[in-house]
Ligand binder design. Sequence first.
Ligand code: 13P
Length: 305
Amino acid sequence: MATQLFQKIQQLKHQRNAVILAHNYQPGEIQDLADFCGDSLELSRKAAQTSAEIIVFCGVQFMAETAAILSPEKTVLLPDKFAGCPLADMITAEQLRQLKHQNPDALVVCYVNSSAEVKAESDYCCTSANAVEVVNSLPANRPIIFIPDQHLGRFVIERTGRNLILWPGYCPTHVVITIEDIKKVKEKYHDAIVMAHPECTEPVKELADQILSTGQMLKFVRTSSVKKFIVATEIGIIHTLKKQNPQTEFIAASDRAICPNMKKITLDKIISSLEDMQYKVTVPEEIRMKAKKALDRMVEILPEK
Ligand code: 13P
């Protein structure tokens, strides 16, 4: 059945001159069929560079929106129009305007997990892969507002020594991972390396050996001689980790770390998306132009790892 769906998707993809981009948290079969699978920064860069006319974005709304901002001449499709991001919804453009009003000298760095309107109000965007490098590139004498993820923000404060003005946003999928979860798996797999995403809470990150974006996790494991890893992020990434490293053992820090929005995309929905050209993600030109400035800076600044 899945093979038939795969074939149908390949056929439609060629007919439409489409590319399928998938985030590392997508269901396994979607990661397998995608032309490119990666973290938010890698996907944004791919979306900006592709020569395909259509981008089917297997991820969530802000990711498809980012592709639409960077590549306005392309048609960007999100196979499920309700695949949102609760973290991105935790700050509105109006709330950011108020925060800017309270801190008139501050530069605004916004995490890519945000709406196009919020990006348009920001000076720089970043992903978890280059947040430290983006903040380090800013003048030392300027205050910095960092929105909306407080946990990524605290990680950046720790790595850069800069005093950021934070917003109390968080990713509901990452904060379910507790220190008890980590301690429990560590007890059983005491020789395993713990990799945590920067969106995890601070006590969880303190127990981690490595704090990495999803793309950095894949790279780190590929170049490591260690054969056992505890993974503290959304469990979808374990599919590709296992595929790329069949001799290595991967243990989810918590089986509850599942993003319900990422899992809304299915093979059937990708077919409908390509057949009916749905759901088109567009951004009004005025907002797009402003948001693009912040995103161009994000895409230019590469992570050191
Ligand atoms: P990455 O950029 O590490 O893939 O993270 C994306 C994300 O949305 C995490 O919740």
